[in-house]
Design a protein around this ligand. Structure first.
Ligand code: DOR
Ligand code: ZN
Ligand code: ZN
Length: 421
């Protein structure tokens, strides 16, 4: 039993000053001045308590690339960032495209006992974009969604079929929307900074045109579509219009798309090499606007750990991706809440409630009697400098290394158990 005293509880619906009691795996009482003998008391005076954050998009690299990350290090990094549930993408080696591989991730998650790791299964076998993977078997073994993330599904016909199958099996399809014939071998956002740096550009239409296609295919199939890592003004507009017409589309962005521009690549910092690429100021403003008006449903991390040696290369040869699990909350709190762009309850919606609802995780995403006792305690007054040396993740490739941020995670409770962070 854990008793949180004097907590400022943040739910998507609003805030409340109260005590919270857990018993076993669930929250059993929410009221002021709870007395409970035998409970472990945590004084939360001056702290914020959110439902545990849910990252619906991260890369944990197991199986096959465990020099970059594994389920243990990734789920520990998740806890350090306040995440109690994370969904790992299947672009592993081999890809998670069958029931056995899905079961393996579930087993590793249970063995590690850190944040709950829910596997996303592939859309196509081997992520080859040709035949559909075994949606039914993967779902039966505990796949939470399907995605070929890391790669787009090039063929519109395969994507349409995938959306129809995902609907049949009640799986959310998470789309990495990219037209590879447009992005080609580009490495940064096409524009002034690409020209100035001499690095090959990726036009924004590589994303926006693919988002438009995928939205139209979901509309045709009557299926649910979740668009990953939205980074352009045009993508936001397409999704805003689609939502107005009643298309069942949701989307996410990541901290790096609202907190940084492609100015970061001018120093040839390979941690700023991310796909989709960091964009210009106009796009960053549109992403912030999309978050503020609710077009963007979720903040996910796209945590993409890579080994130091892989990132320590010429820009062209370094892999895409930045880690994000251990900085997402602070970046969002600093850049969105402290700037008064959104409220704390909106942040709770973006990082807990909306991902839970999109993924059908009905037992979490809110602090309520009967809900799973997954909670994160945050000190809103702490200010610190990001130092990747202290990361739990094996990936030190953080775009935010050295950034000054506000708000830190000071405690995490998963299924009623206090975790070491
Ligand atoms: O930056 C990225 N990293 N974008 C992706 O699509 C894949 C990811 C990865 O797996 O490293
Ligand atoms: Zn992706
Ligand atoms: Zn990804």
């Amino acid at each position: 039993m854990i008793l949180l005293k004097n907590a400022t509880v943040v739910n998507a619906g609003g805030m409340q000053q109260t005590d919270v009691l857990t018993d076993g795996e669930i929250i059993t009482r929410i009221a002021p001045n709870i007395e409970c003998f035998g409970a472990e008391v945590i004084d939360c005076d001056g702290k914020l308590v959110f439902p545990g954050f849910i990252d619906m998009h991260c890369h944990l690299r197991e199986p096959g690339q465990t020099h970059k990350e594994d389920i243990r290090s990734g789920s520990l990094a998740a806890l350090a960032g306040g995440y109690t549930t994370v969904c790992c993408m299947p672009n592993t080696d081999p890809p998670i495209d069958n029931g056995g591989a899905v079961a393996y991730i579930r087993k590793r998650s249970a063995e590690c006992g850190n944040a709950d790791v829910l596997p996303v299964g592939c859309i196509t076998r081997g992520q080859k974009g040709e035949e559909l993977a075994e949606f039914g078997h993967m779902k039966a073994q505990g796949a939470i969604a399907v995605s070929d993330d890391g790669l787009p599904v090039d063929s519109g016909a395969v994507m349409l079929n995938a959306l129809k199958y995902a609907k049949t099996f009640g799986l959310t399809l998470l789309s990495h929307s990219e037209d590879k014939s447009i992005s080609g071998n580009g490495v940064v956002n096409a524009g002034e900074n690409a020209t100035a740096s001499g690095l090959r550009g990726i036009p924004k239409a590589a994303e926006s045109a693919a988002v438009a296609r995928d939205v139209l295919l979901a509309e045709e199939a009557g299926a649910r579509l979740h668009v990953c890592h939205v980074s352009t003004a045009e993508s936001v507009d397409i999704i805003r219009q689609a939502k107005k017409r009643g298309v069942k589309v949701t989307c996410e962005t990541c901290p790096h798309y609202f907190a940084a521009t492609d100015d970061e690549i001018l120093s040839y910092n390979t941690n700023a090499k991310i796909n989709p690429p960091l964009r210009g100021e106009r796009d960053v403003d549109a992403i912030v606007q999309g978050i503020a008006d609710g077009t963007i449903d979720v903040i996910a991390t796209d945590h993409a750990p890579h080994h130091f040696d892989e990132k320590n290369k010429e820009f062209d040869y370094a892999p895409f991706g930045t880690v994000g699990l251990e900085t997402a909350f602070s970046v969002a709190y600093t850049r969105l809440v402290l700037t008064e762009t959104i409220k704390l309850s909106d942040l709770c919606r973006l990082m807990s409630a909306a991902p839970a609802s999109i993924l059908g995780l009905t037992d979490r995403g809110r602090i309520e009697v009967g809900a799973r006792a997954d909670m994160v305690i945050v000190d809103p007054d702490d200010e610190y400098t990001v130092d990747t040396a202290y990361f739990k993740s094996k990936g030190k490739n953080s775009l935010f290394d050295g950034w000054r941020l506000n708000g830190s995670v000071v405690g995490v409770i998963v299924k009623g158990e206090k975790k070491q962070i």
